[in-house]
Design a binder for this molecule. Structure first.
Ligand code: BG6
Length: 493
């Protein structure tokens, strides 16, 4: 027991995180079918992305080419290796393996693509951490079954898991069943995560029109699917570590008014702990049952479901953390954005250009808050600053603001480790620039590696290490001890 030491443990998994639909491109290559993400147009900070029920020729769909990792993975993985990554969080595009989701046979060409990616990672001693479903479902499942609202989709997902677990059982050890599963507690999750279609297409806004009853039913199906996947995975390879992934929505009470404090707790419960409790503890918590009752939500839940949830508890807890907001019982407070949800302005914090409030200490708070409840190993699998980067005339990209953001968050993780939190890894989001999930933009960049492509889809797709690349390399080399800017950071690899 030496957790009180303020240092990252030996073997800490430093790396970076991505998702297939935001990275790969090749949307119809190698037999891939259309996914829900392929139907989303590009938006901006002020213009929401649109969901089109059919592809329309004149529209810009950013996932179709994304950053073309599909053809450039060797170069990208080499650069990750150069930074010293120990782990790479990526997702498998379900529609590459089962183009329609309900096909009887998997698509061998899709499977071969990931064989190659995993082999390349191995070459660079990088461990894959695979998200099985990251905001994309075969679009046919949305059209034919209204996505996760239909329980049959559970079986399609489990079949998909069986195929990838068996195929990659010797090359992948770490799996996450669903990205940010708790986004299903918000209307925004309806299409993004639940693959349920708003009538006649529609816009991807925070307040997308949806049916709460159906959304919670769909979430329940995902819980069942996740639990079945955990059990199945362990039977295929007992060494597998299978985790949950939650978008940690960090909400402080705006004042010490007990009404604000209670509201913040309620938000923490419903937005974060509802999903965590089901996936880590294997049962719905009392406050969820109360919420369902008070909101007229009646879940169809065959008796066997209780046992399924119990038998499929996850091995570790992962989450994304970008920012925090406040809540208040007073309805006249000023709203501000955040990852997938809105909240109130915090007068002590500054916000990014996309209005996400920057709060490194919130990460320490979140780590303690979650660990105190579950006491299982954790990983921060997304964190980062979405910013506009300027390419200087000499080609360099001096993203000191990103280094500053990441440095402060790494420092707070170290504090949390000293507090006793069992933190096993850190994979900052969008380690290479990629398409923004929320807005579909390219100019909202998170990467250590710049990709030459703009919002309209123009650019050479050339990769260039930014200043943060050299900084992160040093952080990894020193296992989080040396967080200062290295002196000789300008040598291009
Ligand atoms: C998380 C998602 O919510 O946040 C990612 O898991 C997403 O897919 C990331 O890209 C950052 O959000 P955005 O909207 O800036 O891309």
């Amino acid at each position: 027991m030496n957790n009180w030491i303020k240092a990252f443990p030996e073997g800490f998994l430093w790396g970076g995180a991505t998702a297939a639909n935001q990275l790969e491109g090749g949307y119809n290559a190698g037999g891939k079918g259309l996914s829900t993400a392929d139907m989303l147009t590009a938006g901006t900070h002020d213009t929401p992305r649109r969901i089109t029920p059919e592809l329309e020729e004149r529209l810009n769909y950013p996932s179709h080419e994304a950053i073309d990792f599909y053809h450039r993975y060797e170069e990208d993985i080499r650069l990750f290796g150069e930074m010293g990554f120990k782990v790479f969080r990526m997702s498998i595009a379900w529609s590459r393996i089962f183009p329609n989701g309900d096909d009887s046979q998997p698509n061998e060409e899709g499977l071969k693509f990931y064989d190659r990616v995993f082999a390349e990672l191995k070459k660079h001693n990088i461990e894959p951490l695979v998200t099985i479903s990251h905001y994309e479902t075969p679009f046919n499942l949305a059209k034919r079954y209204n996505g996760w609202s239909d329980r049959r989709v559970v079986d399609f997902y489990v079949k998909y898991c069986e195929v990838i677990f068996s195929r990659y059982k010797d090359v992948v050890k770490y799996w996450l069943t669903f990205n940010e599963i708790n986004i299903m507690t918000l209307p925004f999750g309806t299409f993004m995560a639940g693959a349920m279609l708003p009538e006649g297409g529609g816009e991807l806004t925070m307040s997308i029109k949806d049916n709460e009853q159906l959304r919670y039913q769909a979430l329940h199906h995902q819980f069942i699917a996740s639990a079945k996947a955990v059990k199945l995975g362990h039977s295929i390879n007992p060494e597998f570590k299978i985790g949950c992934m939650i978008a940690y929505m960090c909400s402080y009470p705006l004042t010490c008014n007990p009404d604000d404090v209670l509201l913040a707790q309620e938000k923490d419960n419903l937005s974060n702990f509802l999903c965590g409790d089901v996936q880590v503890r294997g049962a719905y918590p009392g406050f969820a049952k109360r919420y369902f009752k008070e909101h007229g939500i009646e879940l169809e839940m065959p008796e066997e479901d209780e046992d399924i949830l119990k038998a499929g508890r996850v091995d570790f807890y992962t989450f994304s953390y970008y920012s925090s907001t406040c809540v208040s019982a007073d309805p006249n407070q000023e709203q501000i954005g955040g990852n997938m949800s809105m909240g109130l302005k915090n007068p002590y914090l500054k916000a990014s250009a996309w209005e996400w409030q920057i709060d490194p200490k919130g990460l320490r708070w979140a780590l303690n808050n979650i660990y105190n409840r579950y006491q299982i190993p954790m990983m921060v699998v997304e964190n980062g600053l979405g910013a506009v980067d300027i390419v200087e005339e000499d080609g360099s990209i001096n993203d000191l603001y990103r280094i500053d953001y990441l440095k402060q968050h790494v420092e707070e993780m170290k504090e949390a480790i000293a507090d006793g939190v069992e933190l096993a890894g850190y994979t900052p989001w969008g380690c290479i620039d990629l398409v923004s999930a929320g807005t579909g933009e390219m100019k909202k960049r998170y990467g250590f590696i710049h990709v030459d492509k703009d919002n309209e889809g123009k650019g050479t797709l050339a990769r260039t290490p930014k200043k943060s690349f050299y900084w992160y390399k040093q952080v990894i080399e020193s296992n989080g001890e040396d967080l200062n800017m290295p002196e000789a950071q300008n040598t291009l690899v």
